[in-house]
Design a protein around this ligand. Structure first.
Ligand code: NAD
Length: 502
């Protein structure tokens, strides 16, 4: 039996530098999906609480010290937080595993990289502070400045809570914006912890505000509120579209990181063993609850049969268990609803005539009894037009689609409304790059998967989103571009004289 901390204090929200309750005193419970039991209470904020947090952030931007501080002063605070993250990385990983059911080791593999990410973000922001001088045809002094957007509202999903938070919060803050942050209701603990770290590191009051509560209440207000200048959202496409509509009031800037149904393309110059491992790596990370999941596995027909046999063998060997166990490969899905959604898609797959090779059920033996588990599920002979191949399932339910030619697989790979990611597995370098370039997606891996690093831009084509995170673009994303043109040469005076004299 996995041991975990049994007692958690009721969590508060962080507004105007104070840890406080929701104005009405309402709370809600977080359920550990490995056990089905609630273990901590969080504040259920409402529209009034959200407005208050936004007002505070507005005032902190318009009148507070944070936007006026030098990049060096802001970086000092960031470096203190970076050290705290490094120290608490394992604790953070455990908390996220308890809230969302993703195996703790997988959380740790991401958390360990985040101190380096923080330092990278600081270095990029420093580059933006100095204006870029433009030398044009005229004798003018022309400079392009980067300035913070203002008040940034951030909304994140539950699948990689701390990682998602770190993709948005550090660049938004270091650029001098003030922030109102709403983590997913199921997984707010590590974002709240990050707030405590920033508080301890000395962030000025009001620069960072973290509230918890239902998306359709708190999130909607954040999108609608005209005191917000930029809303940065990661989540489902349908929510993203609602945010765009709600943001119209003041035409605030909108950044969207949405879903995917990514092609994982395996050519036959890979051995069957290599191919099956490639499909595992692409498909089962974070229980398959990751936006870039290689959920459509395209396998060349010449190795298809042997591949499927091996892939099923590997899928069946995965250890299903409590997310806190170091032995677990597949944890429970985040909520009962998410589990039911996966089971529903399994029925769609069977009804559509796909071949269910393994999984397809909820395991309930022993300590899995009350958790929200779905066994690793492989459908074979899937056609690209089936619902299971077109819609995001977000779980360990994978589709194998055979193909014969490069042209055919590119067409099928791109026949999707999404465009977030994809992968190509082949030893033929020319073919690898050719196919990677043809896939209409923001991130394509060759002979690897899930290798996201701080210096590579991340974001989607088509309905997978707007804008980019990570990399220098991710830091620029939270700034406005300002052109300042000055004439010290007398050109304007000369022109005025010409106009007047005519
Ligand atoms: P979701 O859209 O249901 O919720 C995301 C966040 O939005 C949560 O904080 C939620 O409370 C809030 N929310 C809900 N309704 C809202 C509304 N009407 N207005 C404003 N906010 C609202 O998504 P989810 O189920 O938490 O996450 C899974 C989805 O996120 C998947 O589609 C996945 O692909 C996507 N995702 C994308 C990326 C990426 O970087 N592209 C990364 C992770 C997850």
């Amino acid at each position: 039996m996995v041991k975990y901390k049994e007692k958690f204090e009721e969590q508060k929200v962080f507004i105007d530098g104070e840890w406080t309750t929701s104005s009405k005193g309402d709370t809600y419970s977080i359920i550990n999906p490995s056990t089905g039991k609630s273990f901590v209470k969080c504040q259920k904020c409402d529209v009034e609480d959200t407005k208050r947090a936004i007002d505070v952030a507005r005032d902190a931007f318009d009148n507070g010290p944070w936007p006026e501080m030098s990049i060096e002063e802001r970086t000092k605070i960031f470096y203190k937080v970076t050290d705290m993250i490094a120290e608490k990385a394992w604790e953070i990983s455990k908390l996220d595993a308890m809230c969302n059911g993703v195996p703790v080791l997988e959380h740790a593999s991401m958390t360990m990289m985040l101190p380096a990410h923080m330092r990278y973000v600081c270095a990029q922001a420093k580059k933006l502070v100095e204006p870029k001088k433009v030398s044009g045809e005229f004798p003018l002094d022309q400079k392009v400045w980067r300035e913070p957007d203002g008040v940034v509202a951030i909304i994140t999903p539950w699948n990689a809570p701390f990682g998602e938070c770190m993709m948005k919060l550090p660049p938004a803050l270091i650029d001098g914006n003030t922030v109102v942050f709403k983590p997913a209701s199921q997984t707010p603990l590590t974002t709240l912890d990050l707030g405590k770290m920033f508080e301890k590191a000395g962030i000025p009051k009001g620069a960072l505000n973290i509230i918890t509560g239902p998306g359709p209440v708190v999130g909607v207000e954040m999108a609608k509120n005209t005191k917000v200048d930029h809303i940065s959202f990661t989540g489902e496409g349908i929510t993203g579209k609602e945010i765009v509509q709600n943001a119209l009031g003041n035409l605030k800037k909108v950044t969207l990181e949405l879903g995917g149904k990514s092609p994982n393309i395996i050519f036959d110059d890979f051995s069957v063993d290599e191919a099956a491992t490639a499909a595992m790596i692409g498909g089962y990370f974070l229980n398959g609850e990751i936006c870039i999941d290689g959920s459509r596995i395209f396998v060349q027909d010449t190795i298809h049969e042997k591949f499927s046999k091996k892939f099923v063998e590997l899928s069946k060997s995965l250890k299903i268990g409590n997310a806190l166990s170091l032995k677990t490969n597949i944890g429970p899905l985040v909520t009962e609803t998410q589990m039911e959604k996966n089971l529903k898609y399994i029925e769609y797959g069977k009804d559509a005539g796909a071949t269910l090779l393994c999984g397809g059920y909820r395991p309930r033996e022993g300590e899995l009894k009350d958790g929200f588990f779905v066994a690793p599920t492989v459908f074979d002979n899937v056609s690209n037009d089936m619902r299971i191949a077109r819609e995001e399932i977000f779980g360990p339910v994978l589709c194998v689609i055979p193909f014969s030619t490069e042209k055919e697989v590119i067409e099928m790979a791109n026949d999707t409304t999404y465009g977030l990611a994809g992968a190509v597995w082949t030893h033929d370098k020319e073919r690898a790059v050719r196919v990677a370039r043809k896939i209409k997606a923001g991130t394509v891996f060759i002979n690897t998967y899930h290798m996201l690093t701080a210096d590579m831009p991340f974001g989607g084509y088509k309905q997978s989103g707007w804008g980019r995170e990570m990399s220098e673009q991710g830091v620029e994303e939270f700034t406005q571009v300002k052109s300042i043109t000055a004439d010290w040469s007398g050109l304007t005076k000369w022109l005025m004289n010409v106009i007047i004299s005519h």
